[in-house]
Design a protein around this ligand. Structure first.
Ligand code: ATP
Ligand code: LTN
Length: 338
């Protein structure tokens, strides 16, 4: 029988999404779909990172509604609260506390090099706050509090996970093995879904043009794919070539991720057919994937008591783990135990 010393702990996963807008096809294919696939093999914590969301101005009522909708969507996507910990970041105060400590082990220059900071400070040039700048430190706290081994995210977040690892290594270098070093876990297919309107930029909820939302109705999804930018070549053939055919290649990636096919299978399926036949097929594959999620989200949103119970229990379980790490960190840096 297993006891404390012989029992092998399952590897731990942590990830989160900001409730700063509606979940998109990008966040589903780049992150949540993988989260679900990890439920059995790993110990998983999935968070709604509302504290990250206020790094840019939010409407309070809308933020609350989006956080709850996001929780319903997590569950509707198959993240069974019996099999993982689902919680809201602001409910576990240790995130902010650890972020303060880690901020004292992070260089100003490191934060200035973060691509997302550079982009967001351009988008919000009138409101470049210290919070926007130190955002990756809070993200590092999220991950390190739970001693996560891996962090399933889209490709755009790789840099933040690497910074988290650097901070952890630095801290461990001074104080011994306090933190587990996390690895980014990025999907092979769907790691970077591009905008349907501009295949040179990432599909992103803060840029609703060219964005498919998980809660979009089938007719909207069909319309969006019909209008998706394909490439101005004369070839009109469905072939994966991100350099020369970024629009079609993006649609192929979406199709493969949604239909569970390889690129070779998809290319063979559409060989000899033009974009006219391909685009509705992509829309159908996406609808088959998202429509059950939309229906289940709507059902769950009518049961507020259940959602409240899920986030309350999630916070309790998360806090039990977070407390342990924070206590250790406080002791290491020299705070007197209160
Ligand atoms: P924002 O517009 O505020 O930057 P976003 O739409 O990029 O938001 P996030 O909340 O930053 O969404 O991302 C949630 C998760 O989904 C992250 O793990 C991120 O890497 C992933 N993700 C987001 N957009 C995409 C995309 N277009 N392709 C693949 N993964 C994505
Ligand atoms: N920075 C991420 C959201 C995020 C996150 C995290 C992801 C905040 N904390 C911890 C993984 C682990 C984003 O913008 N998508």
């Amino acid at each position: 029988m297993g006891n404390e010393t012989t029992e092998i702990r399952k590897k731990r996963i942590f990830s989160g999404i900001q409730p700063s807008g509606e979940l998109t096809l990008g966040s589903y294919l780049g992150a949540i779909k993988n989260w679900r696939e990890m439920l059995e093999e790993y110990d998983c914590l999935y968070c709604i990172v509302d504290m990250h969301a206020i790094t840019v101005r939010q409407d309070p009522a809308l933020l609350r509604r989006r956080a709850l909708t996001q929780l319903a969507q997590y569950i509707a996507c198959g993240l069974d609260p019996e099999k993982c910990i689902l919680f809201i970041q602001s409910h576990v105060h240790q995130h902010a506390e650890l972020a303060w400590v880690l901020g004292c082990y992070t260089q100003f220059g490191e934060l200035g090099r973060m691509t997302q900071f550079k982009q967001k400070s351009q988008q919000h040039a009138d409101n470049i706050t210290a919070g926007l700048f130190t955002y990756p430190v809070l993200m590092a706290a999220d991950i390190l509090l739970y001693q996560a081994d891996a962090v399933p995210v889209g490709a755009d977040q790789k840099q933040h996970v690497e910074l988290c690892r650097d901070i952890a290594e630095r801290f461990n270098g001074v104080y011994g093995d306090v933190f587990t070093l996390p690895e980014p876990f990025i999907p092979k297919m769907g790691a970077r879904v591009m905008s349907l309107g501009d295949p040179s930029s990432k599909m992103s909820k803060s840029d609703p043009d060219g964005c498919v939302f998980l809660l979009d109705k089938p007719e909207d999804i069909r319309r969006k794919f019909r209008r998706a930018v394909t490439d101005c070549d004369t070839e009109n053939c469905v072939r994966f070539d991100p350099e020369n055919k970024p629009g079609v290649s993006n649609l192929l990636t979406v199709y493969c991720a949604a239909a569970g096919k390889t690129l070779a299978e998809a290319e063979a399926e559409f060989a000899g057919q033009g974009y006219g036949a391909f685009k509705p097929a992509v829309a159908d594959a996406v609808i088959a994937m998202t429509d059950p999620i939309r229906a289940e989200t709507e059902r769950l949103l009518r049961d507020k008591a259940y959602l409240q119970q899920v986030y309350a229990q999630g916070a309790e379980k998360a806090a039990a783990l977070a407390r342990r790490t924070l206590r250790k960190v406080y002791k290491k840096v020299g705070f007197i135990e209160g």
